[in-house]
Design a protein around this ligand. Structure first.
Ligand code: FAD
Length: 873
């Protein structure tokens, strides 16, 4: 048996016969169709009412004791139960959505494919549920195939999914040509004299009621016939005139008879948010009746049919267009009819369905279906089970935060800055800043690992100004590498001079072979390498290098990438050992999407020049970095605080999140209900504190996320100006640390008088590369290593030594990362949780990206609020 199609629809089958009915009744020739409608309220019990309106179509109407409308969250436990039983009969099935609100029900299915047939911008409609936009984003993430109803909708969705296809509504021509028999006018017209100007369809907020009144008033002899149900708007707001006739909803079968009795067909849509993306099905049906059509400038009508449909932007011109239509000379009407026939000849619902079927057939069956665990029935959080919750506050009423933000690192601060008064920012530390916090010790300032300011983004540069004003210090970077007992400038491949001759030779030969072995003659070359070592992690340095399209097979992992980019010599003497040391995991376990998806060709000129003579000091904007003059990197992020209008709660450790109840619990026992939640805390931690509300799939995805940690050993000696470098990379195993950040040179203000500070950074991972030492033993080892590499002298007096741990430091781009993040993000999005920032989006973000991530999260929240407000008006 063919796969069934399980359809979730906000429109009842017996409502106006439109796109879903046209498509599904034709698809029913090939697949059993099961339509799950929105629930109907029943005071007593939960059951499924079913009926079959046509062969191979089963309409299922859930009845539940829940009064909330549509696929409301409160309905879900009831619907899940009903659906679980229903799908037992349809092992092999596709899921087909008309409304994203039903997305949580996908958890009950194991669909071969998920299809989203987007026929309207539902979020722009009156009374749209506030979660609709977020649910749609989540649906676009899980869908395999997306169809849109018209060009405008297509344009608005095509960048949001890789497999979007435009299928404007079509026409059942054989049905509507019956209208050409003008003697077959509907009996309801009997008492309505001509001329008749008609409209059929749903009469709701999209309808321009004022325009209709003006039309009726302009020509009291014209009769305006309106066929269709009045929904969502108060019928009392509709204009009442002797020449306006509301005939209510009529069967689809009767529509040609109405057309047969009309002289002009109307598309009197209001021009507002709710009609921005509409593509009225009736346009083509009116054309099949070969009647003059007058429309307001609905984008999809005006852009496609302005030669055959009269388009009028205000009441006066609409009335004039109707006058002109009634008086049009026969030859002009004939010209339009010819155009209408041409349009109709090119489309049919049958061919639309055939094209859709072809796409269904070629779309690969989905392998992994996120979110498929049955969701638990919402339960109240029992604080006694949540870790570290102060039980004294268990009876306190929960408070309310319109938007709650977890984490006051740069992302959370930026989100709060871009939101308004009603945002509450929760930070578990007693100060803001996240990993951009600074540490003061005996007059020295250290950061959590070296942090510098760098950005090409004009918005970020403006933010730097707002946050720091004149408290900033820009300088040319001095980045170096220490290997083979010599210092060479960073990047390694551009400054081989000074290394042993056999190393230089091996590096050049390797690069030559990589270039001519890997690049096809005539391969396209661009110069837009994305990855650049802007924040001094040292793993990659591609900017300014030529980039070639990938060979037939791109690098399968990071290790291969290194070989292809720089060749065997540079790989062996720097890139592989340094990256192994930094990333801790085998480089073959890492993919390369974070490097921009392209492989740059080795720049031989740069390599050879840098081998023949000492590399010049780097010049130009990329060679400069900023740092706060006073206050360490902390000063930058603390700069947000005076500008934040909402509330900042410090020492506010969120220990439980209930996505279903929209409820946060703090370690001190307070609880906050929220409308939207922006989380910037590490993703695995978020899933952990969500607990059993998260489906197993999501928990497993979170367990699969890999990261590495960094331990910083901050040291200061009683000697000034120990080096003029800003940071130095150590690729060899002779030192524990992979990098020293010369904190004392970030800003002279970081040093106490007479002394100088540095930070040794040691990456580690409990699974792959456990930290070999800690505490004083680690500090002693770092001092020893610093002496070994010449950064300290044997007689230097160490006057400050402390450790700072960064458990989540770098996210690892292993091969399962994208899939795991997607699984978690999709599920959270369905519950109004927006992920933002380095550890929430699980991305290699620097603080400038974090600023933008916070801004975007704030904009997403504001957008949803705006849309909900518009829809509620
Ligand atoms: C070694 C290293 C070097 C770097 N160098 C640079 C550099 O030179 N330049 C640069 O621009 N960027 C650099 N970065 C990146 C920069 O630190 C990050 O991009 C930035 O900190 C990410 O900001 P965030 O707000 O997303 O996350 P975070 O900074 O991690 O902030 C998250 C916040 O959430 C809080 N939180 C977590 N859990 C909870 C909870 N349950 N309840 C309440 N609060 C919670 C945390 O305490 C923290 O304050 C570096 C990062 C590392 C690791």
């Amino acid at each position: 048996m063919a796969s069934a199609i399980i359809v979730f629809s906000h429109l009842r089958w017996d409502f106006v016969f439109q796109r879903p009915q046209h498509l599904l009744s034709r698809l029913a020739r090939h697949y059993p169709i099961v339509i799950v409608e929105e629930p109907v309220h029943d005071t007593e019990r939960t059951f499924l009412k079913t009926y079959s309106p046509a062969p191979n179509i089963l309409v299922c109407q859930p009845h539940t004791p829940v009064a909330m409308p549509g696929f409301h969250d409160d309905q879900l436990p009831h619907l899940q139960k009903l659906l679980r039983e229903l799908v037992r009969d349809y092992d092999d099935h596709l899921a087909w959505f008309y409304t994203p609100m039903a997305l949580p029900l996908l958890q009950e299915l194991k669909p071969r494919l998920v299809v989203y047939d987007c026929m309207d911008e539902l979020a722009a409609f009156k009374n749209a549920p506030k979660q609709l936009l977020q649910r749609e984003s989540a649906l676009l993430k899980v869908a395999d195939l997306v169809f849109t109803g018209g060009q405008s909708l297509y344009r608005s969705k095509r960048d949001r999914h890789p497999n979007v296809h435009c299928f404007p509504s079509s026409v059942d021509r054989a049905h509507f040509v019956q209208a050409l028999d003008r003697t077959n006018s509907h009996p309801a017209h009997r008492e309505i004299p001509g001329p008749r100007l008609g409209f059929y369809g749903v009469i709701d907020e999209r309808f321009d009621v004022d325009l209709l009144g003006s039309l009726a008033d302009a020509h009291p002899m014209w009769q305006i016939v309106l066929v269709g149900p009045v929904v969502k708007i108060d019928p009392a707001t509709l204009p009442q005139r002797a020449n306006i006739h509301y005939l209510g909803q009529q069967p689809y079968e009767a529509l040609p008879q109405f057309l047969a009795g009309w002289d002009v067909c109307l598309l009197p849509f209001a021009m507002n948010e709710s009609t921005r993306f509409i593509s009225p099905t009736k346009t083509l049906e009116y054309m099949a009746a070969e009647l003059p059509i007058v429309s307001t400038p609905v984008t999809d009508v005006a852009s496609c049919y302005s030669d055959i449909v009269a388009i009028a932007g205000d009441a006066e011109s609409f009335i004039a267009a109707c006058e002109a239509a009634l008086l049009a000379p026969p030859e002009e009407h004939a010209r339009k009819v010819e155009g209408m026939r041409r349009v109709l000849a090119a489309t049919s619902w049958d061919s639309t369905v055939e094209q859709m079927r072809a796409l269904i057939d070629i779309t690969p069956r989905r392998q992994d279906i996120p979110l498929i665990e049955p969701a638990a029935v919402p339960v109240a959080i029992d604080e006694s089970e949540a870790p570290n919750v102060n039980l004294l506050r268990r009876d306190e009423a929960s408070r309310f935060a319109k938007t709650a933000i977890i984490g006051a690192g740069p992302t959370g601060l930026s989100a709060a800055y871009h939101l308004g008064h009603d945002a509450v920012l929760f930070e578990k530390n007693d100060m803001v800043g996240g990993w951009c916090r600074s540490i003061r010790d005996k007059g020295f300032t250290f950061d959590h690992a070296g942090h510098i300011m760098f950005s090409d983004d004009p918005y970020v540069l403006e933010l730097y100004d707002i946050l720091l004003g004149s408290n900033v210090h820009w300088q040319d970077r001095e980045a170096w590498i220490y290997s083979k007992n010599v210092h060479t400038r960073y990047p390694f491949q551009g400054a081989l001079h000074g290394l042993p001759p056999e190393v230089v030779k091996e590096c050049i030969m390797g690069a030559v072979e990589a270039r001519y072995g890997a690049a096809k003659p005539g391969a396209t070359v661009s110069s837009t390498a994305k990855a650049a070592d802007c924040c001094a992690d040292g793993g990659v340095a591609l900017s300014g290098t030529n980039v070639a399209s990938l060979e037939k097979r791109g690098p399968a992992n990071f290790e291969e990438f290194i070989h292809q980019v720089w060749g065997a010599g540079i790989a062996r003497h720097f890139a592989i050992p340094y990256n192994r040391k930094l990333w801790a995991v085998p480089l073959t376990e890492m993919e390369t999407s974070w490097l921009g998806g392209r492989v740059p060709l080795p720049d031989l000129e740069q390599i050879i020049t840098g081998a023949l003579e000492p590399a010049a000091k780097p010049m130009g904007p990329n060679a400069r970095f900023g740092y706060p003059l006073r206050g360490g990197f902390q000063a930058l992020v603390s700069g947000f605080v005076p500008h934040i209008k909402g509330t900042i709660e410090l020492s506010a450790d969120i220990v439980a999140v209930s996505p279903k109840q929209h409820l946060l619990t703090l370690a001190d026992g307070r609880r906050y209900e929220y409308e939207s939640l922006i989380s910037t805390m590490p993703l695995p931690e978020l899933v952990r504190i969500i607990g059993d509300e998260a489906p197993e799939e999501v928990k497993q995805a979170a367990a699969g996320l890999k990261h590495i940690s960094v331990r910083c050993v901050n040291l200061a000696v009683a000697r000034e100006n120990i080096t003029d470098k800003h940071w130095i990379y150590y690729p060899e195993d002779t030192t524990l640390f992979h990098r020293i950040f010369v904190q004392g040179n970030a800003s002279p203000e970081c040093n106490a008088p007479g002394g100088f500070g540095i930070t040794c950074e040691i990456s580690y991972s409990p699974d792959y590369k456990p930290l070999p030492l800690s505490g004083q033993a680690l500090i002693d080892r770092c001092i020893e290593d610093c002496i070994k590499v010449g950064i300290f002298r044997g007689d230097d007096k160490v006057i400050v030594a402390n450790e700072a741990d960064m458990p989540y430091a770098y996210v690892i781009y292993d091969h399962a990362r994208a899939r795991n993040v997607d699984t978690i993000r999709s599920w959270l999005a369905m519950h109004d949780i927006i992920l933002a920032g380095r550890y929430s989006e699980w991305e290699y973000y620097n603080s400038d990206h974090a600023f933008i991530a916070g801004k975007k999260a704030a904009e997403a929240v504001k957008w949803v609020e705006r849309k909900s407000a518009v829809a509620a008006e």
